[in-house]
Design a protein around this ligand. Structure first.
Ligand SMILES: Nc1ncnc2c1ncn2[C@@H]1O[C@H](COP(=O)(O)OP(=O)(O)OP(=O)(O)O)[C@@H](O)[C@H]1O
Length: 312
């Protein structure tokens, strides 16, 4: 498969300290790829490398199947990284004109007005960017990233500092761009709840390592309810349940929990185990949400050296 973004073994160190380690990212055409991680996880550093604003210490990047410094590739990308690039003494319209000039766009006026309106800014507003609220800065940043009609948008924390209404608005704009214009979007955030309303694929980064890439369907699947069974001997218990109740979709966690993702009657589970002299310490249905899954993944990663999860 040819990816819009693919990185291989991408690494970046600052003064010998790794900010990004051996990162292999895969963004497909048409994705809204949610790049999630806590503060300091390495999101911005990764995005800066993709946008040629930082040089990898090791590894390689391919954009649209080509090297990232290919001029035709750069023209297909729109970037919002921090709110850098905004000229504080200029209005939204003037900022757009400056950027259009830099990009060599001929006769940009119509495009500028359309884009400003698209993000909910008034092209005639004379207010200087230095007096903008965070939300206005983010909207202007998105409009500037859209100049030239990119096929790929890379947005670093575009919903940071927005109130819920602002987040809804930005989400609506991005989803429209993705669905109606087919723009692939890579968007970093630590606000999982908001990202989950638009992302079609996720990359989860922790301490510079991409610990998981998964589609929204896979994430939803992981976040489904499960029957949790705690026993003193999870290995023996799971084998018995496989043999006697047809258990097939489950995980055994390092803390001894068996998580069952198929419909099994809890009293049947208890009966099978107790008749084999395996005492059931706890059995209950667990309701998982996205934030819970994310937090658990962060914790699990810590305990991976201690055994990790076994997937059936
Ligand atoms: N220019 C730099 N010089 C030295 N260290 C840096 C530099 N930029 C980032 N780092 C370090 O690299 C690590 C990753 O930072 P990065 O900004 O990529 O994380 P992030 O996930 O984007 O976090 P945030 O959401 O807080 O921006 C952090 O430990 C940070 O201190």
């Amino acid at each position: 498969m040819e990816y819009v973004i693919e990185t291989q073994n991408l690494c970046k160190s600052y003064r010998g300290k790794a900010a990004v380690s051996s990162l292999n990212m895969h963004v497909q055409k048409g994705d809204i790829y949610g790049f999630i991680g806590r503060n300091g996880a390495g999101k911005s550093t990764t995005l800066k490398m993709l946008c040629n604003l930082a040089h990898p210490t090791e590894g390689s990047i391919s954009l649209f199947g080509k090297s990232p410094d290919t001029p035709s590739v750069r023209r297909r990308m729109g970037v919002l990284i921090e709110t850098a690039g905004l000229e504080p003494s200029c209005s939204a319209h003037e900022n757009m004109v400056l950027k259009a000039l830099l990009m060599g766009i001929v006769d940009p006026e119509k495009q500028i007005c359309q884009l400003l309106r698209l993000v909910g800014l008034n092209p005639g507003d004379k207010k200087k960017a230095r007096h903008f609220s965070m939300g206005m800065k983010q909207r202007l940043g998105i409009a500037m990233a859209l100049l030239g009609g990119p096929d790929l948008l890379i947005l670093d924390e575009p919903i940071n500092g927005l109130d819920p209404e602002g987040m809804n608005e930005v989400r609506r704009i991005l989803m429209d761009l993705n669905r109606k214009k087919g723009i692939t979007i890579l968007i970093s955030s630590h606000i999982l709840g908001e990202l989950s309303k638009m992302a079609t694929r996720y990359g989860i980064i922790k301490d510079g390592c991409l610990i998981q890439e998964l589609s929204s369907e896979e994430l939803n699947d992981k976040c489904r309810d499960y029957l949790c069974v705690k026993t003193a001997d999870s290995k023996k218990a799971s084998v018995l349940l496989e043999q006697q109740l047809g258990l097939s979709r489950y995980e055994v966690h390092p803390n001894g929990e068996i998580r069952i993702y198929q419909k099994l009657d809890s009293s049947a589970v208890t009966s099978v185990l107790t008749s084999a002299d395996i005492s059931v310490q706890a059995i209950y249905t667990h309701h998982q949400d996205l934030e819970g899954y994310f937090l658990e993944l962060m914790e699990q990663n810590k305990s991976q050296e201690k055994g990790g999860i076994f997937y059936a």
